[in-house]
Ligand binder design. Structure first.
Ligand SMILES: NC(=O)c1ccc[n+]([C@@H]2O[C@H](COP(=O)([O-])OP(=O)(O)OC[C@H]3O[C@@H](n4cnc5c(N)ncnc54)[C@H](OP(=O)(O)O)[C@@H]3O)[C@@H](O)[C@H]2O)c1
Length: 279
C-alpha cells in the first residue's frame, strides 16, 4: 500500500534482513521498510505464495525462497501464523549467527517457545502489532529477552515503526492484555460502527445512509483523536452540552451496564483466551 515515508531510518541498514511469511502483516512490514529506505538487496523473503509485488522486487535484488547454503541474517522477522511456527521456526536456526536478532510478531508464541527452537543465546524480540499496520497506522507492543543488545533493540524498533507506533514493556506476561486491547481492538471499533448503523436504522434512517454516517463518524473521530493533543475524555466533554442530545446518549453509554462495564468484561475475556492459546 502506498504511503509517504516520514523517515529513512532503514536507509543505512547494511546487513541481511530475512522475512519469514509475507502474508498480510509481513507484506505490510515489508512495504513500510522499503518506504523507509531499505535497499531490496538487503532483503531475503521466505514465502510459499509470494505476492507479485515481491516477485517484482527480485529484479531489484530481493532474494526470494533461496535454496542452498543459508545466509546469516542480521535480523529475522517471523510473520507466519502461530500454528505454522512449529515447522517454520527450527530451520531458521541456520540463518542465526552471533549478532542475529529474531523478531517475532506471532500471536501467542512466547519468547521461551522461540528460544527452545533457536541456538542458545539468540537475541529475541516478541511483538504484537495490530491491523492498522496495513496503512502504517498500527501500534505494536514489544518485549525483548536478555540477549538483545541496545543496537538490536533500536533495529527492532526501526523495523516495527515502519507500520506505526511502538511501545516496549519489560514483562512478557503483559502481552496477553495487550493482545486483548490493541491486538483485537480494531474489531471492537468495527463492531461499534456496525452497532451504530443498526441503531440508526432502528431510529428510522435508510440503511445505506446509516452505514455511511456510522463509518465516517467512527473514522473521522478516530482521526480527530489521532491529531488532537487533547485526551479522549476532553474531546468527549467538548461535544457534550449539558442537557443536550449527546448527554442523553452518554447517560445510557456511561451507565452501570454501559461501555466501561462491557469493555472491561470483553477485554478480560480476550486476555483469558490469549493466555489459554499460549498454553
Ligand atoms: N493480522 C493481524 O491483525 C495480526 C495482529 C497481530 C499479530 N499478527 C500475527 O502476524 C502473523 C501473520 O499474520 P497474517 O495475518 O499476516 O497471516 P497470513 O496473511 O496468513 O500470513 C502468513 C504467511 O506466511 C506464509 N507461510 C506459511 N508457512 C510458511 C513457512 N513455513 N515459511 C514461510 N512462510 C510461510 C503463509 O503462506 P500460505 O498462505 O501459503 O500458508 C502466509 O502468506 C501471525 O502470527 C499473527 O498472529 C497478526
Amino acid at each position: 500500500m502506498a504511503r509517504k515515508p516520514d523517515t529513512r531510518t532503514l536507509g543505512k541498514f547494511s546487513g541481511k534482513l530475512l522475512l519469514v511469511g509475507a502474508g498480510k502483516m509481513g507484506q505490510a512490514m515489508l512495504d513500510g521498510w522499503l518506504a523507509r529506505g531499505l535497499d531490496p538487496r538487503r532483503l531475503m523473503v521466505i514465502e510459499p505464495q509470494p505476492h507479485k509485488s515481491i516477485r517484482a522486487l527480485t529484479r531489484r535484488g530481493l532474494t526470494l525462497n533461496a535454496r542452498g547454503k543459508a545466509v546469516e541474517a542480521s535480523a529475522i522477522v517471523v510473520a507466519v501464523k502461530p500454528q505454522t511456527a512449529v515447522e517454520a521456526v527450527p530451520p531458521l536456526a541456520a540463518h542465526v549467527g552471533k549478532g542475529t536478532l529474531v523478531l517475532s510478531i506471532m500471536a501467542g508464541r512466547t519468547i521461551r517457545f522461540l528460544a527452545e527452537k533457536l541456538p542458545p543465546g539468540t537475541a529475541i524480540v516478541r511483538a504484537m502489532p495490530n491491523t492498522p499496520a496495513a496503512i502504517g497506522r498500527g501500534i505494536t507492543v514489544a518485549v525483548a529477552n536478555a540477549n538483545v543488545s541496545a543496537r538490536q533493540r533500536k533495529l527492532a524498533a526501526d523495523l516495527l515503526a515502519a507500520t506505526g507506533k511502538v511501545e516496549w514493556v519489560d514483562d512478557e506476561d503483559l502481552l496477553d492484555a495487550v493482545t486483548a486491547l490493541s491486538g483485537s481492538g480494531p474489531a471492537y471499533i468495527f463492531l461499534l460502527s456496525e452497532a451504530m448503523t443498526k441503531a440508526g436504522v432502528a431510529t428510522g434512517l435508510p440503511a445505506a445512509l446509516a452505514e455511511r454516517l456510522a463509518r465516517e463518524t467512527v473514522a473521522g473521530s478516530g482521526e480527530l483523536l489521532h491529531r488532537s493533543a487533547l485526551d479522549a475524555a476532553t474531546l468527549r466533554q467538548n461535544v457534550t452540552s449539558p442537557g443536550g442530545t449527546t448527554a442523553a446518549a452518554l447517560e445510557v453509554l456511561m451507565g452501570p451496564r454501559g461501555f466501561d462495564a462491557l469493555l472491561t468484561k470483553a477485554i478480560a475475556a480476550a486476555t483469558r483466551r490469549s493466555k489459554q492459546l499460549a498454553g
